[in-house]
Design a protein around this ligand. Structure first.
Ligand code: NAP
Ligand code: ZN
Length: 351
C-alpha cells in the first residue's frame, strides 16, 4: 500500500524521552478522511502507555487520542465531510461493524476487538497505530466526529476522550435531577465530569485528595467538595450517594467510597490503576452495592456528547503547550501538577 511520511512526536523505547520522528500514514481509502491535526490533548492513558503500565505497549509509540483537526482530503465515497471541515478523532478508529455490539453503537466492546487511535494493531500497515502527536491522521469517516463550531477548538480536544469517558457512564447510570453524584479524582476526566454531571442536573459532590482543588471544584460547578483524606468529612457522606464515578489513575481504597453509597448505589470505575483493587465483601453485600466499570463510549454517543457540550458550553480547562514541552508535561501529569488538561498546539511540530 502507498504511504505518506509525516512528522510525529513519539519514542522507540521505554524510558526514552519522546522526540520528533517520521511515521507512515496509509494512502486515502475510498471512505477515508485525512485531517491536519490542530490540537491534541494529553490523557493519563497516554502516560500509562508510554510507561508500559499495562504490559502491552508496542514500541515505537506515538500517543495522542484527543484529536481536533481540519479535513485536508477525502476519499471518493466520503459523504460526512468535505475539505476544510472541522473534524475530530477520539479513541476508536475502527471496529468490525457487523457484531451485536457495533450494531448497538458500543463499538468499544466489538467482538473482533476495536482498533484504538494509537498502540493498536494497524490492520492496513501492520505494526501499531500511531496517535495524534503528529501532523495528520487518516481514518474511515465512520469514526470521525464533527466539532460544533461554537466550541473553542483547543479546549474541546479533551472531550474526545475525557468527555466521552465520563459522559457515557453518567448517562448510563442516569445522573440527573434528584441524584447525589460523586466524582472521585479531579484531573482531566474528573473536572469535565463535574461540568457534565451538573449540566445533566445532578447534585455533584467532589472527592479529592488535593486541598487546592476543594475550592476550585466549586468554581467548576460542584455543589460540594470533600477532602477525601479527612475521615470526619468523609463520614458525613456515608449512605448519601446514589452513584460515584471513580477516575483515579493509581491504586486506592475503593471500600471507602462503597461505604458512601445508598442501598443499591454504584461505584463505577473509569480510572485504570495498573494494580488490582481489593473489595471487602461487606462493602458490596451491605446495601446491595455495585462496583462496576466503563470504557470510553461509542461513536454515536461521542457525537451526542460533543453536541451536549456545545449546548451547555462545556469544554476542558487547559494548559496549552508546544510539542517540545511534552516530556515535561508527562512528568508534571505523573505528579498531578496540571489544572486540568495539557493540550498540545500541533502547529509547534512544524518548528
Ligand atoms: P489525571 O488528570 O492524572 O487525574 C487523575 C486524578 O486522580 C488526579 O488528578 C488525582 O485527583 C487522583 N489521583 C491520582 N493519584 C491518586 C492516588 N494515588 N490516590 C488517590 N487519588 C489519586 O488523569 P486522567 O487523564 O483524568 O485519567 C484518569 C484515569 O482514567 C487514568 O488511569 C486513565 O488512564 C483512565 N482513563 C480511562 C478511560 C476509560 O475509558 N476507562 C479513558 C480515559 C482515561 P485529586 O487530586 O482530585 O485527588
Ligand atoms: Zn484518554
Amino acid at each position: 500500500m502507498e504511504t505518506k511520511i509525516v512528522k510525529a512526536f513519539g519514542t522507540e523505547a521505554l524510558n526514552v524521552p519522546l522526540h520528533v520522528m517520521n511515521i507512515r500514514r496509509r494512502e486515502l481509502q475510498s471512505h477515508d478522511v485525512e485531517m491536519e491535526i490542530l490540537y491534541c490533548g494529553i490523557c493519563h492513558s497516554d502516560l500509562h502507555q508510554i510507561k508500559n503500565d499495562f504490559g502491552h505497549t508496542m514500541f515505537p509509540i506515538v500517543p495522542g487520542h484527543e484529536i481536533v483537526g481540519r479535513v485536508t482530503a477525502i476519499g471518493e465515497h466520503v459523504t460526512k465531510f468535505k475539505v476544510g471541515d472541522l473534524s475530530a478523532v477520539g479513541c476508536i478508529v475502527d471496529s468490525c461493524g457487523k457484531c451485536e455490539y457495533c450494531g448497538d453503537g458500543i463499538e468499544q466492546f466489538c467482538d473482533e476487538g476495536v482498533t484504538f487511535s494509537f498502540n493498536s494493531p494497524d490492520k492496513y500497515l501492520g505494526g501499531a497505530t500511531y496517535g495524534g502527536f503528529s501532523e495528520s491522521y487518516v481514518c474511515n469517516e465512520k469514526y470521525v466526529l464533527h466539532v460544533p463550531k461554537t466550541l473553542d477548538l483547543a479546549s474541546a480536544a479533551p472531550l474526545l476522550c475525557a468527555g466521552i469517558t465520563v459522559y457515557s457512564p453518567l448517562k448510563h447510570w442516569q445522573a440527573g435531577p434528584g441524584k447525589m453524584v460523586g466524582i472521585l479524582g479531579i484531573g482531566g476526566l474528573g473536572h469535565v465530569a463535574i461540568k457534565i454531571a451538573k449540566a445533566m442536573g445532578a447534585h455533584v459532590v467532589v472527592f479529592t485528595t488535593s486541598p487546592s482543588k476543594v475550592e476550585d471544584a466549586k468554581r467548576l460547578g460542584a455543589d460540594e467538595a470533600v477532602l477525601s483524606t479527612d475521615a470526619m468529612q468523609m463520614e458525613r457522606y456515608a449512605r448519601k450517594m446514589h452513584f460515584i464515578l471513580d477516575t483515579v489513575s493509581a491504586k486506592h481504597d475503593v471500600n471507602t467510597y462503597l461505604h458512601l453509597l445508598k442501598p443499591d448505589g454504584s461505584v463505577v470505575l473509569v480510572g485504570l490503576p495498573p494494580e488490582p483493587l481489593e473489595i471487602n465483601a461487606f462493602s458490596v453485600v451491605s446495601g446491595r452495592h455495585s462496583f462496576s466499570g466503563s470504557n470510553i463510549g461509542g461513536i454515536a454517543e461521542t457525537q451526542e456528547m460533543l453536541d451536549f457540550c456545545a449546548r451547555h458550553n462545556i469544554t476542558a480547562e487547559i494548559e496549552l503547550i508546544n510539542v517540545q514541552q511534552v516530556n515535561e508535561a508527562f512528568s508534571r501529569l505523573q505528579k498531578g501538577d496540571v489544572k486540568y488538561r495539557f493540550v498540545i498546539d500541533m502547529a509547534s511540530l512544524k518548528k
